[in-house]
Write a protein that binds this ligand. Structure first.
Ligand SMILES: Nc1ncnc2c1ncn2[C@@H]1O[C@H](COP(=O)(O)OP(=O)(O)OP(=O)(O)O)[C@@H](O)[C@H]1O
Length: 505
């Protein structure tokens, strides 16, 4: 007999396959899916708890999650299944009757939980810090930020890994057979193996193998497709040049130099002798500053001089070590950070838009969750803000489908939607292509003319000169000079400011 005949007799006995097929679908496939789905479901619940424990600040919880993960990831699956299935057989019988099947699910879930916990933890930790900063500046609590923004993004990022885990559970479900399943509980492998013993050839096992592939291969491809779709959203055509973006703003009524009527009720700020340190490194030394209502203050200075840190003290993204800050004459420490941040909006260099939400949804999220508006109210308000920044037509675009300048204008609209009294801008044009900078600066100048109190960290000296009421020069964590732009730029008093201006102008 040729090798092929031997092979065909062992593996290609179609009659043996046909005989086992009904049982394989009705019993094997069904039970494999129940085992895999149930253990992925319970494993996901365990994984979420482990991930939350793993990223918490509580050391005992962290340690517990670590120990759990090390044990269940380190042991071979079959060892865990046998220890749980046989070690707790008595208890299992009392609880679930003669079937070892529930204990099999429990063992698979405990193993899956260890892997899924690590997957979630990595996913959540991979979400940029700026995302949580953005939720905080929009007045969301830490819990809201995690639940509404960070965790969904983290889960989306790890979706392929989660599906891999499900595929792993489909395969590991075959190990439950070691617990001696009842006939009605046999999974694919066991049905194939029993039939192989009966017929004396391996064709039923091959058929079981085909079933495993039929479940796992399409799933992998499906998840890759969904993942790609979710990452960027639906592609929307309509890329435009940066020069056209300035026109977009003019159409929306942001005319650059024209006078706009006061439409904001800006608040006042008084910074009184604040010190701030990151650990042992003192970053701000005895900083005092007054910002009158409805004025624009530009903070300038070399890199690392503490400008961003000062800005972050104003909305308590970082906390001062000494001194006080008054908002409209009242200490910002007499209110919660969330209450304060509803009054003090902030826009960042990296935009920090939520990538998985449209421009409109980026704005409505805080309106609904922080301000408690209905969906309709929030959409109406968000549309009005988008119109003001010339982007109403692009309300359904995800950030990935917008230019940097457009993204920054959405970020400004998002902050304005909460109707703050103060707006903080942290180098908001530094990440933009040169031709997109003008559109964003025009918009900011318009806000200033509209009576918004603004504190702007910027390297755009022209903007500071033309738009600011007050320019503040910082160096090494101290305010070195502050005054009207003409005084600072044309008549700098300190050698440090003179040197700085000679380098940047
Ligand atoms: N999270 C942090 N942990 C530790 N040190 C930090 C942190 N953020 C900033 N620093 C340090 O604090 C100092 C001031 O930084 P800050 O970002 O406020 O300066 P900056 O003037 O805004 O600089 P740039 O223009 O480069 O943004 C720098 O020495 C910086 O390295």
């Amino acid at each position: 007999m040729s090798w092929y005949d031997t092979f065909a007799r062992s593996f290609l006995d179609f009659q043996a396959m046909a005989e086992v097929l009904p049982n394989m679908v009705r019993v094997g496939l069904k039970n494999t899916l129940i085992l895999a789905v149930a253990s992925t479901f319970f494993g996901t619940l365990i994984g979420i708890v482990l991930a939350v424990m793993g990223i918490s600040e509580n050391r005992p919880l962290k340690l517990l999650a670590r120990v759990y993960t090390d044990i269940f990831r380190g042991l071979p699956a079959i060892v865990t299944i046998l220890i749980i299935g046989q070690g707790f057989a008595r208890l299992g019988r009392d609880l679930f009757g003669p079937s070892p099947y529930p204990l099999g699910i429990l063992a698979l879930s405990l193993i899956a939980g260890a892997y899924i916990g690590e997957i979630f933890r990595a996913g959540i930790q991979s979400v940029e810090r700026g995302q949580i900063d953005a939720t905080r500046t929009l007045g969301m609590t830490y819990g809201q930020g995690m639940r509404l923004v960070v965790i969904p993004q983290g889960i989306r990022r790890v979706l392929p890994a989660l599906v891999n885990q499900f595929i792993g559970n489909v395969k590991d479900s075959s190990l439950v057979y070691f617990l001696g399943l009842l006939a009605s509980e046999r999974e694919l492998f066991r049905v194939g193996q029993d039939q192989a013993v009966l017929t004396g050839n391996l064709s039923p096992l091959l058929l079981a193998g085909v079933f495993y592939l039929v479940i796992t291969v399409p799933l992998t491809h499906l998840v890759n497709y969904i993942d790609a779709r979710m990452r960027v959203g639906k592609r929307i055509s309509g890329v435009q040049s940066g020069l056209k973006e300035v026109a977009e703003l003019a159409e929306a009524g942001v005319p650059g130099a024209a006078k706009s009527p006061a439409r904001f009720k800006g608040g006042s700020i008084e910074v009184k002798n604040i010190d701030m340190a990151y650990g042992a490194v003192q970053v701000l030394h005895d900083v005092s500053l007054k910002v009158e209502p409805g004025t624009v203050t530009c903070l300038i200075g070399p890199s690392g001089s503490g400008k961003s840190t000062l800005l972050r003290c104003l909305n308590r993204l970082v906390e001062c070590r000494a001194g006080d800050i008054l908002l409209d004459g009242e200490s910002i420490y007499s209110q919660t950070p969330d209450q304060l941040r509803r009054r003090v909006g902030m826009v960042f260099q990296q935009f920090n838009l939520f990538p998985d939400r449209s421009a409109l949804a980026n704005i409505t999220l805080a309106l609904r969750k922080v301000r408690g508006m209905s969906r309709q109210e929030a959409e109406r308000a968000a549309s009005a803000r988008l119109h003001e920044v010339g982007l109403l037509e692009r309300k359904d675009h995800r950030p990935a489908n917008l230019s940097g300048g457009q993204q920054q204008r959405v970020a400004i609209a998002r902050a304005l939607a909460l109707e703050p009294e103060i707006m903080l801008f942290d180098e908001v044009t530094s990440a933009l292509d040169p031709e997109l900078v003008k559109g964003v600066l025009n918009l900011m100048a318009d806000l200033g003319r509209g009576g918004m109190t603004m504190v702007v960290v910027t390297h755009e000296m022209n903007f500071a000169r033309k738009v600011a009421n007050q320019v503040v020069f910082m160096d090494e964590g101290r305010i070195v000079e502050a005054g009207r732009p003409a005084d600072l730029f044309d008549n700098p008093q300190s050698p440090r400011l003179r040197r700085f201006l000679s380098e940047v102008l």
